[in-house]
Design a protein around this ligand. Sequence first.
Ligand code: CA
Ligand code: CA
Ligand code: CA
Ligand code: CA
Length: 492
Amino acid sequence: MRNTMLIFALLAIVTLIGCDNGPRPIIQTPKGQVTFSLNLTARNRGISDISKVQIIGTIGNSEKYNEPFVYTGQANLTCQIPVGNGYIFTVNLRDNTNKVLFTGKSSATNVTTEQNASVVMTLEPPTTDVDVGGVIHEPVILPIVSIAAKSFTEGNTTNTVKIPVTLNKAGTSVVTVKYTTSDVTTTAGTDYTAATGTLTFPAGTTSQDISVSIKGDTTVEGNETFKITLTEPAGATLGAASAIITLTNDDVAPPALPIISIADASFSEGDNDNEVTVNVTLDKTTTKDVTVYCDFADITAKEWTDYYSWASYLTIAAGTTSQKITITIEGNIISESNKTFKITLNNPTNATIGRAEATMTITNDDTKPLTFSVTSCPNIGEFTNLIGQCYGLNPTDYHVIVYIQVNNWWIKPYTGWPLTTIGGNGVWNCDVTTGGVDSTATKFVAFLVPATYTSPPLSLGGAYPQDAADHAVLTITIDRTQTITLPITVTQ
Ligand SMILES: [Ca+2]
Ligand SMILES: [Ca+2]
Ligand SMILES: [Ca+2]
Ligand SMILES: [Ca+2]
């Protein structure tokens, strides 16, 4: 049976309208806005019986909203409701005794929908005289303002970079947001100029740039970072509120200079002057010629006695890694200790010095016993010299005395200079045909004698030089009438 109080037809228009009355934290606690329109129609009867309207919103069993209104006959009742999935709201129409006349109840509604949604309300008790329904409008969601990390090549001079700040959607009104820079690994004023300000997004725009002046240089350094922070948005809410800005290094250190070095070396002395070489090396090639000054200094060896070279600049050509120093080793036959000298490198160009000093060792190779030899002997009638070799002595400590026998007379080929000196390499060389019939001599005798000995004049008649023989350390006698096999060697 129809309730006699239902003398009117109620048309409840439930409308969520946009809440664009200024910025609100929509994302965190979004709300829609509901307008109830109570429209009296021809079917309405006894509308004055309705004195209150109550709107109750629930999600599940949880009541989220409960708002009573005094009904004064207006067509529209506006209220805000929270947003949520499965939202159900109820409209109670009461009389002045607070008795519920009708209850309109919606089905579950997703109030966060981005789409406008129709809401159908079922009245209790059922009636065909009252229509209840409406539309849910999407809540107004402010744009989200964000900034993203960005990298810029530093450059070598001051330059301006632009860092975009974006809205996820265009606002319907002007959006502003403040920004400021702060150091992370950069130093403001050195790496960039600190910046602060306010960005303004005209309605309908979604991007604005922050300009920052970057102080590029040519110093080799790591990447550096600073931060930009957004604050105090107006007409928008903050999304990613800060971002790291990276200034990437674009400076490369020049390649390191090659390292120039010299290593220790040793040489067998030999018995004569002989050239040896020592390498000066680079650890890598270079595109430029490298020069370095090489100097010599005695340690136990004596320059010009045991070795010689010339201090000078040495060049290692571009693309190569070594060059030789040539040194002359002055060999002798003297048994002696190893001797050393050093080579130093200094004043390099296009290189840095690694090992600057090296010790050169002249190793002794004179180990033979006292030895006296004839290595070359002219035959009868020839005019070449009698030549020999000594070892195991200091040549300055000995002389060689040579006599020849001609027609059974012993004579000295050199009457004024009877002593033949021994060369530094032990070689001695005596002209045995200084005049007359010397080339017909049938015998030679050579005495190795101390340098302190001087042979006396031969006795008249050409007797054998017995005094020299008595002072000789070693003696070689050659009979040129016999077959001679060279060398002839005697040792002590
Ligand atoms: Ca740079
Ligand atoms: Ca730099
Ligand atoms: Ca030697
Ligand atoms: Ca020697």
